[in-house]
Design a protein around this ligand. Structure first.
Ligand SMILES: *Cc1c(COP(=O)(O)O)cnc(C)c1O
Length: 485
């Protein structure tokens, strides 16, 4: 095996700034003063904040070293399933930083914000085209916020029809935010089990669907990385009882320009711009979770909406059936610019190719590792694959032990223990942006870990051994957090 990324290198220790500071040290040099010293305001001299005295080089090294303890897509492969940690081209950041965008103020009148409004208007159109839906709102700040928006749209639709429905069907493979969003909107989530192939069967949905059920919330491709093949029939069942189909589109990276969500019966869909459309994410935002709808839900979309008349753009709140406002101003605009740049620079052909490569890469990993790790659903996958720790349990080794050891090989761990339907799940999403060499190194590293599980299980139980910190006591970390650093 080639030398792995994490097996060499310098790990620099770094104290707190307070431990590093030395009284009298200063980060700037000022010329000798040529006026008589005057006393400072007394409050300023006696009650100043407790700041360390540091030189410029102290500060630069401190923060540079801390930044090197971090891991991100810019430092290595980040195969976190369901999160689509693809590489984000730097040109997007550059364009989002153009003065006209970064200096735009949301309170400027429409005639001074034409470029900004045009970009948002066009982005809505692109997203409608990519998903096969009719209209889009860019307001929601993240995927879960999009889900809540979608639930509110479904609620408004039923209310207008004069009916009150109390339940929503949610598969057992769903992301935890799905039942939470449904419940926040006042619906009772009713779980439906996926079948032995890891997808929903029409029978299971038909059994639960009734006229007190507002609809179904389905993730497609689902969180096992499998395409819900029965979606069209399921949509017919739900529609026949007056319900609507919500699709969690967080996994759109597998099907851009390939699946028309509108055509397969989806009424409302959210996207995660910070996953599929290449905006850096992690650490809590900012994100953007646009919601795409079919025609019958357009009147309920949040306000303000961007409208176009004779080439001029404006914001309008003249939509009396709207569910109202969901965000301060119009959403996280910086994220929208990056998604817009990404879509424009890729074009329709390359967006489709990105999805094809993402699917190819995941299947390549699945085929290469399925002898080493138990593969609960041995079928073609979409953009991610899910293994379990069943084989390694024989050596009393768990998924947690293995992914901790993977860090020693220089890779970020995949998503673990999700989805809940697979015990000891390891959910791997390579994305389209990793090269074959990197993916091969990742596969070799996981094979080496599987071998160590057999040959040297104690090593894994103590892993990671080569990282800045070794195995943490997670219970103490939660119960007695040390917030001082
Ligand atoms: C990420 C994700 C969400 C939630 O999106 P956020 O932007 O984190 O709120 C919902 N569903 C699925 C399947 C996801 O992967």
């Amino acid at each position: 095996m080639k030398e792995s990324l994490g097996t060499t290198g310098l790990i620099l220790n770094e104290p707190l700034l307070w431990e590093k500071g030395k009284s009298g040290r200063c980060g700037i040099s000022l010329p000798r003063h040529d006026v008589d010293p005057a006393p400072l305001d007394k409050d300023l001299t006696t009650e100043g904040p407790d700041l360390p005295d540091l030189s410029e080089v102290d500060v630069v090294r401190h923060y540079t070293r801390l930044s090197q303890w971090n891991f991100g897509v810019d430092s290595g492969m980040y195969p976190l399933g369901s999160c689509t940690m693809k590489y984000n081209p730097k040109i997007n950041e550059k364009l989002a930083n153009l003065k006209g965008f970064s200096g735009a103020h949301p309170l400027l009148p429409a005639h001074l914000s034409q470029g900004v409004l045009k970009l948002m208007f066009e982005l809505e159109q692109f997203l409608a085209e990519i998903t096969g839906m009719d209209a889009v709102t860019l307001q929601p700040a993240a995927g879960a916020h999009g889900e809540l928006t979608g639930m509110m749209l479904i609620h408004a639709y039923h209310k207008k029809k004069g009916g009150h429905r109390s339940k929503i069907i949610v598969p057992d493979t769903a992301h935890g935010t799905n039942p939470a969003s449904a419940a926040l909107c006042g619906y009772r989530p009713v779980p439906v089990r996926s079948n032995e192939q890891g997808i929903l069967s029409t029978g299971a949905v038909a059994e639960l669907m009734d006229e007190d059920t507002a609809g179904i919330m389905v993730t497609n491709p689902n969180t096992l990385g499998l395409f819900e093949e029965n979606i069209k029939k399921i949509a017919e069942i739900v529609h026949s009882k007056g319900g609507l189909v919500y699709c969690d589109g967080a996994n759109m990276n597998a099907v851009m320009g390939i699946v028309s969500m509108g055509e397969i019966g989806v009424d409302v869909l959210h996207l995660n711009l910070h996953k599929t459309f290449s905006t850096p994410h992690g650490g809590g935002g900012p994100g953007s979770g646009p919601v795409c709808v079919r025609k019958h839900l357009i009147p309920f979309l949040p306000v303000p909406r961007i409208i176009e008349k004779n080439g001029a753009y404006a914001l309008s709140s003249e939509f009396p059936e709207s569910i109202g406002k969901l965000q301060a101003f119009y959403g996280n605009f910086g994220v929208m610019i990056k998604a817009y740049c990404y879509i424009r620079s890729m074009g329709p052909v390359n967006l489709r190719k990105a999805s094809q490569l993402a699917v190819l890469n995941a299947n390549y990993i699945k085929e290469n590792l399925k002898k080493v790790f138990h593969l609960p659903y041995d079928r073609n996958c979409m953009h991610e694959c899910v293994f379990s720790d069943k084989f390694q349990n024989a050596y009393k080794i768990t998924t947690l032990d293995m992914v901790k050891r993977l860090m020693d090989y220089g890779f970020h761990p995949p998503t673990i223990y999700f989805p809940l339907v697979v015990s000891g799940a390891m959910m791997i999403e390579p994305t389209e942006t990793e090269s074959k060499e990197t993916i091969d190194l990742f596969i070799d590293s996981l094979k080496a870990v599987a071998n160590e599980a057999k040959e040297n299980p104690d090593l894994l139980r103590q892993a990671p051994g080569r990282c800045k910190v070794t195995r943490l006591d997670e219970v103490s970390a939660a119960r007695h957090p040390c917030l001082a650093g």
